[in-house]
Design a protein around this ligand. Sequence first.
Ligand code: GLU
Length: 621
Amino acid sequence: MRASSRTFALGLAGALALPGTVLAGPAAAHERPPHEHPGHARGGGPPTAEPPKVPQMSGRGGAVSSVDPVASRVGIDVLERGGNAADAAVAMAATLGVTEPYSAGIGGGGFFVHYDARTGEVRTIDGRETAPATYDEDEFLGADGEPLDFDTVVNSGKSVGVPGTLATWEAAAEEFGTMELGRLLHPAERIAQRGFAVDANFAEQTAANAERFAQFPETAETFLVDGQAPEVGTVFRNPDLARTYRTIRQQGTEAFYEGGIAEAIVAETRTPTTAEGVEVLQGELTLEDVASYEALFGEPTRSEYRGLEVYGMGVPSSGGTTVAETLNLLEAYDERTGETLSEVPEEQYLHRFAEATATAFADRNRWVGDVADVPVAELTGQAFADERACGFDPAAARPRPVPFGQPDGDYAACGAAAPAQEAVAGGVSTTHLNVADRWGNVVAYTLTIEQTGGSGITVPGHGFLLNNELTDFEFAPITEGVPHPNLPGPGKRPRSSMSPTVVLRDGEPWLAVGTPGGATIITTVAQIVTGHVDRGLPLVDAIAAPRLSSRNGETAGADLGLAGSSLGAQLGGLGHELEDVRWIGNASAIRILGDGRFEAAAETERGHGGSAMVVRPDRSR
Ligand code: GLU
């Protein structure tokens, strides 16, 4: 079976090569893979070792952070070779497409936030997937007018939007970078070709999806070994993906958007190849949909928090507006109570935080989507938050769902009552990376294929999974009679929660942060900012702290044992119903310390730990 030729047991650790030379150029012809599996004809050098996972590192020369040490190492390599933050971010993302293929890749989309040291400007790239031109508001309703079953749509061609990731990389490399896209794809191509060591994350994610992947023979062949997840420590290779990267390197992104890869994507989504007896919904993507895709440059959202400038992702992500509103609400609660977030006890901090996020989510769900009239300036402004803060009670949680507000520029002490809307669902996958370079450029980039494993459909012969991003649309209006900004539409981009965030202090870049986690992305980013800024936690501890995610539903997610702790009980006493979850998100960040120093930070525990690296670590480490 082809799959088993893509993995093999890792023999000697010494046979592994650190990807420190990956930018050097194509594998020399004389290099031989040391452990080539019998029957596996395509070699190209030793597999890539996973550098140690370090959750915090300080030093000079530039910094990166991500969930994966192989990707972080590639980013450092690019910086060492004179690349800038955008160059490193693209090379890291391409690598994550190989090593984190269930979270991100060229079959998906994402949002790129960039601070340009030369101009002092923050700009964004919207690489969100688009719906086929034939989709309308009723796309996800059945013949009976009821919403289609969510999982049925996920595992089908119908959930697949035109991928925007490759167009994002090209836009970033051309506009902000210094290196050719082809050069930046090369390390990832080599890692896909030579293979990398399967880690706990990869094995767990494959195992969790094995049944789903088995429905699609190409996916089973690409990612399963005899129908099972590969074992930790074995080497996984993806020669099809290596070849796809090589094709793009040689022929440009046209190969993907107009050439043979586009044809393969369209054919596979319209008529997915399934295992015997499995039938799935067909998609409607056309070659024209794919060819007309554009990654869009745009303005970030901007708000102020404690004198800092917070830049986030604008529409169609709800990340920027909802993080901004949350932070503005917290400032408004300070005013109302006369006590700042930094001085209240821990349960009050989390209570305020949960009240703020629930309120901000009520507004997000009503007002934000890929529509023309999103009141971004109002949603991110302090005046609206001051009005919305009027329902805050330090002694009790507001009943959920909190009603949405009217961001109309006309604010009284307390806004007019509006209907409460149920919370909406979201996925739990994705990946995030940050880069800061020695010239002062900064990138925060979140990318995804939506669910872990996306639609489950792998493009035949090309080694990458297609997204199921179109399930981020609402299938039906949440409340009858209330307009809904996130229903499907022709060429429309589904609303996202991705929140790549760059914070400036005194006009200079100071923090880059982001995380995966579906709608919990927003609460996680806001909690890390408040943990660090208000609660005085070192950055790595602000990332490691147990998370609370109240998104205007009946319950709030709480991880790392918070729900069962005495603090959890205190929150329960205030009316918060906590739901115990294993991990919320998998965040990473970089703090620019000034004086040429950086602090990179990542998870200590979630996702089995993340990877923080700097070009020249401080000596004391
Ligand atoms: N599709 C989600 C979004 O854009 C991200 C996927 C996830 O993190 O689960 O908000």
